[in-house]
Unconditional design. Sequence first.
Length: 460
Amino acid sequence: MTIAQDSKNDRKAAMRPHSLRLARICVTTALAAGLLTGCAAGGPNHAKFASSAETALGKGSLEKAVALAEQAVLASPRTASYRTLLGSAYLRAGRFEAAHQAFDEAMQLGEDSGKAALSLALADIALGRGTDAVDTLNTYRDSIPASDYGLAMAMAGQTQTGIAALTDALRNGENTPKVRQNLAYAYALDGSWSEAKLMAQQDVPADKLGERLQTWAFMARPEDTRRRVATLLGAPANVDGGQPTALALANFPAPQQLAEEAVAMSATQQAASGDAAELAKAAATAMPAAPVDAAAPQPVLADASSAPVSAKIAAIDVAPSAVAEPAAAPVYAPAQGMVSHAVVQPVRAARTIQASAPAAVRGDHVVQLGSFSSQEGAQRAWRHFTARNRSLAGTRSQITQVSVNGRPFWRVQAVGFNGFASARQMCQSVKAKGGVCLVMAEPAMVSPQGRPTPTRMAQR
């Protein structure tokens, strides 16, 4: 056999684990769903499953909608709209853990609508993850109707922010029963019962007002987040184990990811082979070869509100829009993060979690886009910012964990700007599209005199 043939066989061997891995995934997911499907492409009619799931969801047949949406996802696992549909079905069924997973994975695949973000926030509120919900709501603020944003913020624990948003909506002409009742409920969650009663009585009959306020008082208890969201949606308050493991997005890597893993594995194997050869050479040089006992084993290198009225005046619309046909998912930067904590406070123990820019090409200024309570929220926000601002999508990203008053936060920055002027220009582009940002000196860069470059803030 020639050296070329040996090399070719080695490459095939390097790829084989990935082929086997993908084959195992197909078999596992097919058995889990009781379907004889191909993996993604060759299976049953995924569009038909999705359409039937939407119809069932519209009729309130929630179990049927969930089952059909799961089949659609299984048949085409990297279609974002199918996972969004599945998340809506889970949410309406009161399966909040599963809904969180489905919406998060849909957004990883490129879903970037305010409706999906609102639904994810509601699932997080139900799970007691109010700070994560606030991050999501702030990131997608301009994509979510004020009536829904205000109520969701109040339910997430930011009652004053929610009241302010709903009051502004009323002043700006959205004087509708939904806005008024959402504002009344936000007042109730804030403990401002006089204001809640005054606002609620504009639309609730006098003989029903007491019952409404009692229901709100019951739902306002901080520990009842699951019941609060379930009542708003008219859903059962279930405790859920999450979506089936076989549906997890991690089971269905993109072809590009598989190719990158194959290249990485090949490089690792080559490095290992080279290291082994060097070790053998060094050992042979250091001492004479000892006779080998053929009998001895040889060493081997180890390789809103109350349920009856929520549909009319305080219902957040979580039903999906028409399901789109599968499309090529957009490709985003490897690192993925609104300034939910606009005040920059002294920080300690900063460390870069994820960066797509080598230190040598980061430049001397960065554009900070936000600070988030979780790395997951930071990555989601980066994807959103780059999806809406193509000039930002052409920059490199950096996510850094910092500690502010003992609490961890993840800062999202666009890096690689040489000079304050270029960074400020990008920041102005972000603001023009509704975002907020700060221009800062890159902490790793220092002046020729050895002093850190002073931090600067773009003019607002």
